[in-house]
Ligand binder design. Structure first.
Ligand code: PNS
Length: 180
């Protein structure tokens, strides 16, 4: 395995539908260990998503504008094949809670079997993000809940555009109900 140090690259793969502050937290932690992090958005036509892959890439680029150590890319097929092609020896994944563990453990071991040269590194986000997921962000926003501080501002704007509404105001009391 290539050591973390000069020129080290980690891949941070996922669906990112949409990217959340929990993801940003993990990326920041990744940048404290690796020189560069490539956010790799899975192209999965079989999975229904709110944002298209192109939209997700655009959102992530905007969220990381001015951060040269973070790149954004897309991939399909096996993650380990993508990581190898990209020149990364490490896959970074976030572990929020015990409930993530089994799925992540299976994936990490399968990926190791598929390509023992690629190592999976798990990082824990701040506790305040331990309950945060893209799925919950979409649901909460759609139902009129407040997602500020849980997602980058660009995501809040794009959610508002998607759901045909303006972003909820700062005060939860004045918030209109939206969605179903
Ligand atoms: O954000 P997600 O949806 O939890 O990310 C899951 C992801 C993209 C990491 C996973 O589905 C993946 O790696 N897919 C690529 C296909 C692959 O390599 N499958 C074998 C993994 S053991």
């Amino acid at each position: 395995m290539k050591q973390a140090g000069r020129g080290s690259l980690a891949v941070f793969p996922g669906s990112f539908d949409p990217i959340t502050n929990g993801h940003l937290d993990i990326i920041a932690r990744g940048l404290s260990v690796f020189d560069d992090v490539t956010i790799a958005v899975l192209v999965n036509p079989g999975k229904q998503a709110l944002f298209t892959v192109a939209e997700r890439v655009e959102i992530i680029r905007e969220a990381f504008r001015g951060e040269p150590r973070v790149k954004v890319d897309t991939f399909s097929g096996l993650l380990v094949d993508y990581a190898e092609r990209a020149g990364a020896a490490v896959i970074v994944r976030g572990l929020r809670a015990i409930s993530d563990f089994e799925y992540e453990f299976q994936m990490a071991l399968m990926n190791r079997r598929l390509n023992p040269r690629i190592e999976t590194v798990f990082m824990m986000p701040a506790e305040s993000y331990s309950y945060l997921s893209s799925r919950l962000v979409k649901e909460v926003f759609q139902l009129g809940g407040r997602v500020r501080d849980l997602v980058p501002p660009i995501v809040e704007r794009r959610l508002a555009e998607k759901y045909g509404a303006t972003a909820p105001p700062a005060s939860p009391r004045k918030r209109p109900r939206r969605g179903r």
